[in-house]
Write a protein of this length. Structure first.
Ligand code: SAH
Ligand code: AVI
Length: 337
């Protein structure tokens, strides 16, 4: 997912863009508190874990961009190719006047969808929501320059806490949740989050979700343990976040990155395994931790995905996949509409 080159925007265009951009931030310094709470909660459990949002500081976001370009990391290019093949059909089926995107990042693939909605003549507004402020601001500036007449209402926030800050729709809309990010939730929170998304949808709205599918464990493990070591660096970067934000004393090099496919749960487990017995202090929290921590990336069968969506009151209207069935894009609607 390479960022498009930054272009110089002429003064008149910049002024016009400013009139069409609105950005609301709901983080207001509370992020550090939420990191402290998540560390107290997540790193004192026997199976230590941290919510993925803490991986995406500026360096983490840059490393994730590099992951998207790796030969082993098939999800980004596969999802993009499905979008390229099906975007016109999605635009026609939804008649969407706006696109809300959760965890929008650099919105690189989103442009394929925006192109189709723009060409269909329906698109009025794009609402990116992401926890990383710079990404929301940069993409608002770039997209208003790229799509004349498009309004962008950026929401800087946590999609688990701030979905109620998404502005009211003024016509049919698509809520997009791309990249397979749904797989970064453990099963219980995944269903709770899908229910929250369902509440955002009116009878004429659609959820467009990208989901990574279960496949050969060798392919999966390579995607999360690339030969260039970028994913390992992305995983270790969370320790740098803890050092900076909470005065912890980790040396990231003391930890090795491990990616294993858990066949029972059908998820990739990314772990940071201490190379030797280590006890670390997180000074601001006065907390000592003995280590092994990580994140998960769940992979789906069509049955599991249908079940999770059904539990949230959603049903799949269109199932879209690539020829190798590596990745799925689904267009879903509320089942009670
Ligand atoms: N949608 C993009 C980016 C996926 S990476 C793609 O398909 O390539 C996951 C994105 O979700 C990152 O931009 C990260 O900052 C954001 N994110 C992760 N947890 C979040 C949370 N709790 N609230 C809001 N954004 C979050
Ligand atoms: C953002 N998310 C869907 C990525 C994934 O594939 O689970 C995060 C990631 N972590 C390591 N590589 C990619």
């Amino acid at each position: 997912m390479a960022s498009p080159p930054t272009r110089a925007i002429p003064a008149a265009a910049a002024k016009a863009a400013a009139a069409t951009i609105r950005i609301d931030s709901h983080l207001d310094g509370g992020e550090e508190r939420s990191l402290a709470d998540d560390v107290l909660d997540g790193l004192t459990r026997p199976f230590k874990e941290l919510p993925p949002k803490h991986f995406y500081d500026a360096r983490g976001a840059e490393l994730f961009d590099r992951i998207c370009e790796l030969p082993e990391y098939y999800p980004t290019r596969t999802e993009r190719s499905i979008l390229e093949q099906r975007a016109v059909e999605i635009a026609e089926a939804t008649g969407a006047v706006e696109l809300v995107e959760l965890g929008s990042g650099t919105a690189a693939k989103t442009r394929v969808l925006l192109d189709a909605l723009h060409a269909a003549g329906t698109l009025k507004r794009y609402v990116p929501l992401d926890v990383t402020e710079a990404m929301v601001r940069d993409c608002a500036r770039e997209l208003t320059a790229e799509y004349p007449g498009l309004r962008v209402h950026g929401v800087i926030g946590d999609f688990e806490r701030h979905l109620d800050q998404v502005p009211e729709a003024d016509g049919p809309r698509i809520v997009a949740f791309l990249g397979g990010t749904i797989g970064n939730f453990p099963p219980g929170s995944r269903r709770r989050f899908l229910r929250q998304i369902a509440r955002l949808l009116g009878p004429q709205d659609h959820l467009l979700m990208g989901t990574d599918l279960v496949k050969d464990p060798g392919v999966l493990e390579a995607a999360y343990d690339d030969s260039a070591g970028v994913t390992a660096e992305f995983n270790r970067n969370v320790l740098r976040v803890l050092n900076r934000e909470l005065e912890a004393d980790f040396d990231p090099e003391d930890f090795e990155h491990v990616a294993l496919f858990d066949r029972e749960h059908e998820w990739i487990e990314m772990r940071l395994r201490a190379r030797r017995e280590l006890t670390h202090t997180i000074r601001r929290l006065d907390l000592e931790v003995r280590f092994e921590a990580g994140e998960i990336s769940a992979k789906f069968t069509p049955e599991r995905l249908t079940g999770d969506l059904a539990a949230a009151g959603l049903e799949i209207a269109t199932w879209m996949t690539d020829s190798e069935e590596l990745f799925a894009l689904t267009l879903s609607r509320r089942s009670d509409r």
